[in-house]
Design a protein around this ligand. Sequence first.
Ligand code: CAA
Length: 255
Amino acid sequence: MAGVRLTKKDDGILVLSIDRPEALNALNRGIVDEIDEKIDEIEKDSGARCLILHSDKNFAAGADIKAMAECDEEGAKAFAFSPTYNRLAALRIPTVSAIEGYALGGGMELALATDIRIAGEGAKMGFPEVSLGIFPGAGGTIRAPRLIGAAFAKELIFSGEAVTAERALQMGLVNRVVPDDRVFAEAYRLAGKIARRGPVAVRRAKEVIDRGTAMNVESGIELEAAEWAKLFNTRDQKEGMQAFIAKRKPEFENR
Ligand code: CAA
């Protein structure tokens, strides 16, 4: 049966997977509600350090067209995925999308709600919505231009054309491209690295980057300076620096 799985791995790494292969992991209300429930769990998990989104074969071929075809305006509002995607984007821990196969429309927007994207060489990414008489409605018109600039975002959104992983890398839509059979392994390697860093510092860095990009440079630098100085109240800062000086590995306590 179609569903969403949340798996706990070592070092506080969590993996969220969509399991609806018969529809190339197209997202319907039920799947998105399940993602929302999993986000509740992730928020409560004090041991969580990094979340990977990864589904077998296809990341997600977009919103379920059959489920929304007959929607009117109110129905479309009720079907919309943004509240859940916004919660995903606001998670305090870093999030990594590991993209194999298709990441289209609402699937691409799901990946855009994460911090980092790793794609397989054979991945196909884009926003086909205009072929359906709509435009991206789960953050695509807002997050894509901020990530890759308005010109590339307009090219993708106006043409509806899916791009290869290589082209997505040139645009900055993904962080890196690896062989298809290495996508999860590479995401896991990166997540492991993140998970072993000072957790308070990583979380606050995410917060400052996300809040700072919505500010002018002066206010952003002020925010950075204040938050940076606060880190010197943490046990992890003492441990990180003492471990460096003593030439040993730090043992962070997340406080
Ligand atoms: N919604 C519903 N069903 C979908 C789907 C989707 N987005 N994408 C694929 N499927 C279903 C197909 O209907 C098909 O089901 P049946 O076997 O029951 O016919 C099954 O998945 C396999 O798909 P195809 O036979 O089409 O596979 P293919 O390899 O020939 O083509 C594809 C793959 C190019 C991805 C094609 O499936 C496709 O174009 N899918 C739609 C992509 C799309 O337009 N996504 C955007 C949706 S709108 C959106 O996301 C709005 C938003 O902003 C939130």
